[in-house]
Design a protein around this ligand. Structure first.
Ligand code: ATP
Length: 256
């Protein structure tokens, strides 16, 4: 199915290129009777500088979509394009390099390394990518998430919201083309969640960052520019700038 045009907004002066695009992507698990079609012929383009939330009932394929788009999972059919790179045609070494330089990933459970300080966690992707580590850049990225005073703190010395902001700084330090977020506010209280969503908004509006975010929370989804709804591995609905109440109503319709 082709996603509605709103997923790939047009702006004055022409067409906004896609940061990441899925073309007729399917992903199956298992064989024969046990076969599950987690994604079923999904075509969607996420425009540069857009923030899209992905919602749907449990098991509808949200995480599978995110993982396939980020090159963390192979697809059974179709193509995933990250800018000019075809992830589905990339060899392992190229895929690893693309994941390190072009993709940022933020998880519900933060996934920070407990023994490292905030700044060491933020440096890690640069180290892994074999890039020069600039202390100035690391300080700037930590400052951009409001944690310049916490550089030397370890994760256990930080609140959940602060840990997630370190995780966002870590994901952003390589200046990725796309930031993928899997339930980034799922483990946070509502005040910390609002702060993290405010930070994501700044990244999109201030830096033109592209964000694709899976969430179960209608309020979080309503913070994005648009919301895609999945059901049984297919895109079944799309809303542009909906309110949290509209998101909740559409989701209830799918879960019904
Ligand atoms: N490794 C796997 N092996 C077999 N089936 C899988 C695997 N991963 C996911 N699935 C199945 O694929 C379907 C989609 O799963 P996915 O995790 O993408 O859904 P989701 O919408 O993210 O769900 P939730 O909201 O519960 O996290 C489900 O039926 C799930 O059981």
């Amino acid at each position: 199915m082709t996603a509605p045009a709103g997923t790939q907004p047009r702006r004055a002066g022409g067409h906004v290129p896609a940061a990441v695009e899925l073309r007729a992507v399917s992903r199956h698990y298992g064989r024969r009777q046990a076969r599950v079609r987690a994604l079923d012929d999904v075509t969607v383009a996420f425009a540069q500088g857009s923030w899209t939330a992905v919602m749907g009932p449990s098991g509808s394929g949200k995480s599978t979509l995110l993982h396939c788009a980020a090159g963390l999972e192979t697809v059974s059919a179709g193509q995933v394009l990250l800018g000019e790179h075809d992830l589905t045609a990339a060899r392992d070494a190229e895929l690893t390099a693309l994941r390190r330089s072009e993709i940022g990933f933020v998880f519900q459970s933060f996934n920070l390394i407990a023994s490292l300080t905030a700044e060491q966690n933020v440096m890690l992707p640069l180290k892994l990518a074999g890039q020069r580590i600039s202390g100035k850049l690391v300080r700037e990225v930590l400052a951009s998430v409001g944690l310049e005073q916490r550089a030397k703190h370890r994760p256990r010395e930080l609140s959940g919201g602060q840990q997630q902001r370190v995780a966002i700084a870590r994901a952003m330090v390589t200046r990725p083309r796309v930031l993928f977020a899997d339930e980034p506010t799922g483990a946070l209280d509502s005040a910390s969640a609002r702060q993290v969503l405010g930070l994501l908004r700044e990244l999109v509006s201030g830096n033109g960052q592209t964000i694709v975010m899976v969430t179960h929370d209608p309020a979080a989804a309503a913070s994005a520019d648009s919301v895609l709804f999945l059901s049984d591995g297919r895109i079944v609905d799309h809303a542009h700038a909906p309110s949290a109440a509209e998101v909740a109503a559409r989701l209830a319709g799918l879960e019904g």
